[in-house]
Design a protein around this ligand. Structure first.
Ligand SMILES: [Zn+2]
Length: 459
């Protein structure tokens, strides 16, 4: 087995920061010490660099069919882009079709990733309905390592479940050790607002945001938590964007209720005014939930700092402008989503750590350690420790880069942060002991990523 020695770096975990050497033997971390003197096959000098656990993005949509098109990154381009940005694990979403077994969806998504993924990956399962046969499948899937299920309170007729189905699925998650991830927006109210806007000739991209009010997210977040409380199970809110929704999570957690939530970089760094960019440019930011008023961002940062928000994922779901054009005369037909899997660590380091909003340790925690713990990957992923997978990033805290679709690796012809200068970037990236990015050059192999059987719910 090949050995790799990372020397002279500053090791940063969710709890520590110290000067140390890290020795990888094959796919795992063998030893950590203040000075390790062994002859390794590969030696990486990490002087002046941070040595951190590889990022874990628990919310991506590679090759997702949506709105008559398909997201533009597949498991090859998307995971290579992720690696460039210092992310070494993704958890993507398989989508169950109405009237179809969930297993069929799992097999479909496994086939999409097979031979393509350059980093390790797991799957959540999106359920569009709930019935006895899906209840049985939930148990089987948890045993296969698909231990979380995503439900929707939005998109009536497409994804939305009613409260009765949500309640039953939540009860079942308690029995089988699954985590329920919830898209919390009031889909019924939003659909009426969308129809009314279109009837009034309001078709521009900004109406996507204006028909999805923050209150609709806060209401659904409150309802999701209340239903989970009655079912006596934890609930995890995905892509929380609005201050009012965070209030609901905070209020529940203060009462000792196991409510969890992620936010995404776009809600921390972009805002409603992006929709008012000239022409059809606002379509770049059409995602759900939409970008909010900038005044909400401080509260999200406080939530991250104080652990009412446990982690940051991306909801990476890119569409090129040609696809976005499907909604040129009707904002409701703009495919929802934007690229993000590559820029998460850099944005949070630059805008979080360097701006003094979160500590270096908290950055590692929200990007890697907490996702591993919440989604059944702890022990293997999410930290630097003997025995853990050697998923390691050598991070250059002084590296300056200008974010641009031209130089980033995501398969998308625009970037929502185009022109933004960030300091800090992944220099060398190891996935299970193999160098997959070497000073900005991809050296990995599509297909070398492995499916991760995640443990049952631990939260
Ligand atoms: Zn999503």
């Amino acid at each position: 087995m090949a050995t790799t020695l990372i020397k002279n770096g500053t090791v940063v975990t969710a709890s520590d920061e110290y000067r140390g050497d890290v020795l990888c033997d094959g796919e795992t971390i063998a030893q950590i010490g203040t000075k390790i003197d062994v002859k390794a096959d590969t030696v990486i000098d990490a002087s002046g660099r941070y040595v951190i656990p590889g990022g874990i993005d628990v919310h991506t949509h590679m090759e997702l069919p949506f709105g008559g098109t398909v997201s533009s990154d597949d498991f090859q381009t998307g995971t290579i882009a992720a690696a460039h940005g210092g992310t070494t694990t993704i958890v993507d979403f398989a989508v169950q079709d109405r009237g179809q077994p969930a297993r069929k969806a799992w097999e479909t998504w496994m086939a999409k990733a097979e031979g393509k993924a350059a980093i390790d990956y797991g799957f959540h399962m999106i359920l569009r309905e709930f019935n006895d046969s899906l209840a049985r499948e939930m148990k089987d899937l948890v045993q296969e390592g698909v231990s979380s299920f995503k439900l929707f309170m939005a998109y009536p007729g497409v994804f939305m479940m009613d409260d009765a189905q949500i309640f039953r699925a939540m009860q079942r998650s308690g029995e089988v050790g699954a985590t329920i991830c919830m898209h919390a927006e009031n889909g019924g109210v939003i659909d009426v607002l969308v129809q009314q806007a279109l009837a009034g000739g309001q078709t521009a991209p900004k109406y996507h945001a204006l028909t999805r009010p923050a209150r609709a997210e806060a209401e659904a977040t409150h309802r999701a938590i209340a239903i989970a409380e009655i079912a006596n199970v934890p609930v995890y809110i995905v892509h929380l964007s609005a201050a009012g929704a965070l209030d609901m999570v905070t209020e529940a957690r203060d009462r000792g209720v196991p409510a969890y939530a992620e936010t995404c970089p776009q809600y921390l760094f972009l805002d409603y005014t992006n929709y008012e960019e000239a022409g059809f440019s606002g379509a770049k930011y059409v995602m759900s939930p939409p970008l909010r008023e900038a005044s909400m961002q401080d509260q999200l940062w406080r939530g991250l700092k104080g652990n009412d928000l446990q982690l940051v994922a991306t909801d990476h779901c890119p569409f090129c402008m040609k696809e976005k054009q499907l909604g040129a005369g009707d904002f409701s037909k703009i495919p929802n989503g934007a690229p993000g899997v590559e820029t998460r660590l850099a944005l949070l380091f630059d805008g979080g750590v360097r701006q003094g909003r979160i500590s270096l340790q908290r950055w590692v925690e929200i990007c890697s350690t907490a996702p591993a713990k919440i989604f059944g990957l702890a022990g293997k992923k999410g930290t630097i420790a003997p025995g853990a997978d050697a998923d390691i990033v050598v991070w250059d805290p002084e590296h300056k880069q200008t974010l641009s679709a031209r130089t980033l690796h995501m398969n998308c012809d625009y970037n929502p942060y185009e022109g933004r200068v960030v300091t800090g970037g992944a220099e060398t990236v190891l996935s299970r002991g193999r160098v997959v990015v070497d000073k900005g050059t991809f050296t990995g192999k599509p297909g070398s990523g492995r499916f991760l059987r995640r443990a049952p719910r631990s939260i």
